[in-house]
Design a protein around this ligand. Structure first.
Ligand SMILES: Cc1cc2nc3c(=O)[nH]c(=O)nc-3n(C[C@H](O)[C@H](O)[C@H](O)COP(=O)(O)OP(=O)(O)OC[C@H]3O[C@@H](n4cnc5c(N)ncnc54)[C@H](O)[C@@H]3O)c2cc1C
Length: 379
């Protein structure tokens, strides 16, 4: 059965909104509205690390998203570089990991890492080695967003920038459409994918326990030569990750934290993060030397955190019929976007998703206040 005559308005043209549009466009009339540009907010600032196999997610989410990235690889400007990830293991801990590595990981000593990834590491004297994971990789988040937009538009979705949604039209507890700064748009379904602002935007309809969250990232040009084929990596005591880039640079990210005043926060990375990268992270990496920071990526308008670190993708019971919401992506919104798109399709159409969706419900939180203790990815 086709729902071509059902209109879905998606609010927000970040990767979540675009993935949702792509998923629904083949058999719905989809209109995406963004108050700014396409992926111009948090999405374009993301590091593009796809590390679902390391995250506390059901295997089916990882498998679904990876299949999608592999399928998209080579379409238009999009490419997905599959690379292993090495989680460094501090000295003294290697023995236990060698005896039993966590799910999906395989322990390799420092010497084995050097042999496996020639030239990729610098001074590893403080480490026994690393846990190697596959099923990980990286992409360019803006290229990815533009590819999702292209694929949605190819299915006749309409994507409008500079079009702020100012409210919902609701009659008798049912969604009728949205109000925008210019006009009113009728809709059978409305999906909010508006990042941290979603709490405030939907305050009259549903309470969402989310808080603004920020990550820091810098791109470093090596003194020597590095390779885009080197593995990605992470170091949990410093709460940092890194990945190669296609231009032969290295992107280092981390230091996620809550923001009290997203609109008033400068775009530049925290000085403490820049110092950490220079003094402690770069020495771990081969060929980088003291490097030169060429780009700083941050996002004052932020992603958003949920109390348990997992996303909320739901059509909440207390909200008007026809309203779905995506929030609390907690720094994983790029890697999860195929899952987000497909999960929202299920909410709109009633079709079952090919992966578990129970974990997405808002009703898992009794307390909906935004005053919760932050749960870091690294804990
Ligand atoms: C430095 C950094 C590095 C990151 N690295 C990674 C990574 O490596 N891997 C990963 O998976 N995730 C990463 N993330 C997280 C990821 O970027 C986010 O989870 C993801 O971009 C969220 O996408 P979104 O579409 O939900 O939200 P957003 O990209 O924030 O999009 C929301 C959109 O809604 C629009 N909007 C808001 N209000 C309105 C309104 N009233 N009307 C119309 N439009 C509105 C905004 O303009 C915006 O475009 C990183 C984040 C940062 C900051």
């Amino acid at each position: 059965m086709t729902s071509r005559n059902e209109r879905v308005v998606v609010v927000g043209a970040g990767v979540s909104g675009l993935a949702i549009a792509r998923s629904l466009a083949p058999d719905h009339e989809v209109v995406v509205l963004d108050k700014g540009g396409v992926a111009a907010d948090t999405s374009s600032r993301a590091s593009g690390v796809i590390s679902l196999s390391l995250e506390p997610f059901p295997d089916e989410w990882a498998a679904f998203a990876l299949d999608e990235y592999r399928d998209l690889d080579g379409q238009g400007i999009f490419s997905f570089a599959e690379r292993e990830t090495v989680r460094l293991v501090p000295a003294g801990n290697g023995g236990s990991y060698a005896a039993q590595a966590p799910d999906g990981g395989e322990f390799h000593s420092g010497a084995e890492l050097r042999e496996r990834y020639s030239g990729a590491f610098g001074d590893l004297s403080a480490y026994d080695g690393g846990l190697v994971y596959d099923g990980t990789g990286y992409l360019d988040a803006l290229d990815y967003a533009m590819t999702l937009k292209y694929l949605a538009e190819r299915e006749d979705a309409s994507v409008f920038r500079d079009h702020e949604v100012t409210g919902l039209r609701v009659t008798d507890g049912t969604i009728r459409g949205v109000e925008t700064e210019y006009d009113t748009i009728d809709a059978d379904h409305v999906v909010y994918a508006t990042g941290w602002r979603t709490r405030e935007l939907l305050a009259d309809h549903v309470e969402l326990p989310i808080r603004p969250l920020r990550w820091n990232a810098v791109v470093v040009e090596p003194d020597g030569s590095s390779s885009e084929n080197w593995p990605m990596g992470s170091e949990s005591s410093m709460k940092v990750y890194w990945r190669p880039t296609r231009r032969g640079n290295v992107l280092v990210g981390g230091n996620e934290h809550l923001l009290d005043d997203p609109d008033g926060t400068p775009m530049s990375v925290e000085k403490s993060f820049r110092d950490l990268v220079r003094e402690r992270v770069l020495p771990l990496l081969g060929g980088v030397g003291s490097g030169a920071i060429r780009r700083e990526d941050c996002c004052p308008t932020a992603d958003c955190a949920s109390p348990d670190g997992l996303p909320i993708i739901d059509a909440p019971e207390e909200a008007p019929d026809g309203l779905a919401v995506v929030a609390g992506l907690h720094g994983r919104g790029i890697m999860l976007s195929p899952v987000t798109g497909r999960a929202v399709r299920s909410l709109v159409t009633g079709e079952p998703a090919p992966f578990p969706t129970e974990g997405f419900g808002l009703d898992r939180f009794e307390d909906r206040s935004a005053d919760f203790e932050y749960r870091s990815h690294w804990d």
